[in-house]
Design a binder for this molecule. Structure first.
Ligand code: ADP
Ligand code: ASP
Ligand code: MG
Length: 438
């Protein structure tokens, strides 16, 4: 059985956790192990980027001192003196790269190079430890095979060819970085925050893996967001579509793009807990559990709603096409949509081109914008023929003002837009009413 295992920041966040990870990698006979940077690293590197853009050199040194301490402790606890010296030299080299990029800061290029150093350093330390334990291991440089096109999409054909060749030796275990890639200009880049899950899925699909395992700090996908809600519980079995929906609508445990490459190839995705490897976790596959109307809830913040009022819509056709074309031109995906005879409401999670979009929408009607919203999405098996399901969800949220509702596009989800300050109460209330009684 060919397995690709991915471990997140907490899983590789200390020497003792790295030892656990090495055990799991051995137990599972992982072919490729994909790693994030040690926990807190990417956040620190993002802070460094911000400071570099402002020319705040002294504060950059403070951040680097903290990172040096974190990595030196890990290296000292994990590696033999000879290996530790090698890893320390690599760490100093990486941090000098960061200093160099910060001193001659180029907005996009330096940012991406600085942020990549976390995964590069963490994976090198871990690979050295694996070799120290006697494993036959090889460290692969992910940007040499994760290559993106002009739209920022990984070239999966090239990935298949390159990774297939690189990992041809069946007796070797491979360790590589999640998250990082090469962009269409040949520079080091990344797949966006939390993107290591997606890296693992793409690599799994590329080598025809049987299973992609995402190891993190919780026992699988819970029925609600445990950061905001009390009394959540793990879901043991879930379909690709449900998992994709939950990840897309904010279940942080999984990067939203992770499911598609695995679904396309029928590769099962397992969500497992590094801190409790015996716990069953969640298995995501083609099989569907249709026994419950409500399976889980997720929430996605940072949503902007755009309302278009126009009497030109009345009894007309072609109006929505004009609206959609504007979003398409500005490469801005629409999340939710509701319509009435004289108005359309749309939501987007990326307002980078909002001004340009609104300028064009103004030609079509009166426009209203509201920011700071959250989409709350209930996922389950809500058959169109069944009565009372919508009523149960809305009854649970009677204390929350609801701005938009999307129901019936598929039997799988019911999504609602609320103002973000109501998120916690809405999630808890849904948990108390829809799940505790199940
Ligand atoms: P990693 O660093 O391993 O990638 P993440 O922090 O990205 O880990 O994802 C794991 C976290 O996702 C959990 O600690 C949990 O707080 C959060 N989370 C949000 N929603 C869910 C959910 N529905 N089920 C499980 N975890 C969730
Ligand atoms: N280290 C990156 C981040 O923190 C990628 C990842 O963890 O998936 O976003
Ligand atoms: Mg993550």
């Amino acid at each position: 059985m060919i397995k690709v295992l991915k471990f997140g920041g907490t899983s590789v966040g200390s020497a003792s956790n790295m030892r656990r990870v090495a055990e799991i990698v051995k137990q599972e006979s992982a072919k490729i192990t994909v790693l994030s940077a040690m926990s807190g690293t990417t956040d620190a590197l993002v802070r460094i980027v911000k400071l570099a853009a402002e020319g705040q050199t002294a504060q950059i040194e403070e951040q680097l001192t903290a990172l040096t301490e974190k990595y030196s402790t890990c290296i000292g606890e994990l590696l033999t003196p000879e290996r530790a010296a090698e890893a320390t030299a690599l760490m100093n080299e990486k941090f000098d790269t960061i200093r160099g990029e910060a001193a001659a800061f180029r907005p996009y290029t330096s940012e991406r190079r600085i942020i990549a150093q976390g995964e590069l350093l963490t994976s090198a330390i871990f690979a050295s430890y694996m070799a120290q334990t006697g494993a036959k291991v090889q460290l692969l440089h992910a940007p040499s095979f994760m290559c993106c096109d002009g739209d920022g999409k990984v070239d999966t054909r090239k990935l298949g060819e390159l990774l297939g060749e690189l990992t041809a030796d069946p007796g070797t275990q491979f360790v590589t970085q999640g998250f990082i890639c090469t962009n269409c200009r040949g520079e080091i880049d990344n797949l966006g925050r939390g993107g290591s899950d997606y890296s693992a899925a793409l690599m799994g699909a590329a080598i025809g893996a049987d299973e992609v395992q995402i190891w993190t700090d919780i026992d699988g996908m819970h029925n609600n967001d445990p950061r905001f809600v009390e009394n959540t519980y793990p879901i043991r079995k879930m379909s690709f579509d449900e998992a994709a929906e939950l990840a897309y609508f904010g279940a942080k445990i999984l990067h939203p793009a992770t499911i598609q490459p695995c679904k396309d190839r029928g590769i099962a995705v397992l969500l497992k807990n590094t801190m409790d490897p015996q716990a069953p976790g969640t298995r995501i596959s083609n099989s569907e559990d249709d026994s419950k109307a409500f399976h889980a809830v997720a929430a996605k913040d940072g949503i902007t709603v755009i309302r278009i009022y126009s009497t030109r819509m009345l009894m007309a056709y072609g109006f929505l096409r004009k609206v959609f074309e504007i979003f398409e031109q500005h490469k801005t995906p629409i999340d939710m949509i509701t319509t009435s005879e004289v108005a359309v409401s749309l939501t987007i999670d990326n307002d980078a081109h909002l001004d340009a979009i609104v300028a064009e929408l103004n030609e079509l009607g009166k426009i209203e914008i509201e920011t700071d919203n959250t989409i709350v999405c209930v996922v389950g098996h809500m058959e169109h023929t069944e009565s009372g399901l919508g009523a149960r969800v809305l009854e649970s949220l009677k204390a929350t003002p609801i701005k938009m509702i999307s129901y019936g596009a598929s039997h799988r989800s019911l999504a609602m837009l609320i103002a973000t300050p109501y998120k916690k109460q809405a999630l808890q209330s849904l948990n108390d009413h829809l799940f505790r009684s199940c």
